[in-house]
Design a protein around this ligand. Sequence first.
Ligand SMILES: [Zn+2]
Ligand SMILES: [Zn+2]
Length: 80
Amino acid sequence: MCFRPPSLSKPRECPACGKKVPRMSGKNLKNCPFCKAELPEETIPCPECGVEQPINNRVCKNCGFNGKPGSGDPLKRKDN
Ligand SMILES: [Zn+2]
Ligand SMILES: [Zn+2]
């Protein structure tokens, strides 16, 4: 996603075994490599409207924000 915050480059933690799941570049692991538990889909809030959505979305499903300032629908912003 274009508006991926830097904090999301940290490894994820498996909710089942608690181990750090390494982040493969460009890949979203669906299962923990250690215990094979299913990992929850990663979501991040849109910086414009705050709606949680899959991390791989390039364009916000709610407001249409695509990483460029002003690209989102202002009517759908969270502070309106
Ligand atoms: Zn695990
Ligand atoms: Zn949005």
